[in-house]
Design a protein around this ligand. Sequence first.
Ligand code: ATP
Length: 279
Amino acid sequence: MTDTLVKQQNPVKVSMRNITLSFGGITALKDVSVDIRENEILAIIGPNGAGKTCLLNCLNGFYKPQKGEIIFEGRDIRGIRPDKAAKMGLARTFQNIELFSGLTTLENAMAARHVFMKQNLLTGGLYFGPAHNEEIKHRRVVEDIIDFLEIEAVRHHVVASLPYGMRKRIEFARALALEPKVLLLDEPMAGMNSEEKEDIARFIVDIFEGQGECYPDTPVLRDGLNTIVLIEHDMGVVMDLADRIVVLDFGRKIAEGTPEEIRNNPQVISAYLGQSAKH
Ligand SMILES: Nc1ncnc2c1ncn2[C@@H]1O[C@H](COP(=O)(O)OP(=O)(O)OP(=O)(O)O)[C@@H](O)[C@H]1O
């Protein structure tokens, strides 16, 4: 059996069925169905305005599609609150960085851990005792993630003072700090130079594969994260990283397949690759 066939038979982790999303007269997504499978990096591509970000926004509850269903862990999560989606294991980064710019790298990553914290504001105010112990545990996970993403040098820097590429990396750290089951990356390399892109590509592969006993106390790094969805415009990166690709155009799914299939699909070439070839 070929590798492709094996991939196609991987269990479905999230199933988006017949998603339609409109804003007034604009139909951003029209009857789009996408299965996100275990053990795959799934790339979503398409020209500007094709509906890629909208699809992620539906997945993590930012937008509630008018039609369709999103099945995750046996239930329809269409229209779930974003914090609930994060708690269930759907974490994402944003095309336009959405960090707390007045906080440090460490504080931004720790903020993500509040999803898991049992202590409330009152007990949290009593620094000693359970809240303190809990903080130590979460801090260890966050420090591992900071180490993994090689951002130790800016742990205590306020995010607003950092260059763009570094802020993108911190957003990645914050998403990992949620220890997700499915990681949604919206243009994690946008605006980066080729060296920075290579670093991010390496992190994606490493997180997908897992780092074993290098990080024994942080399961997301130790065991890896076997379901990653990636929106990316750089075709070289997409072809290198993705196991499968879904192509959107004007809010519709026009193709789905392996990088090889997509590369040779005439509809995709005219809709997307053709367009970029003109530039
Ligand atoms: N909140 C909104 N209100 C109105 N229209 C919206 C909203 N969000 C998205 N749209 C529209 O939906 C369509 C799809 O947008 P989306 O951001 O998903 O595209 P995209 O494929 O991610 O594009 P890009 O590659 O440029 O980021 C566009 O026409 C966009 O203007």
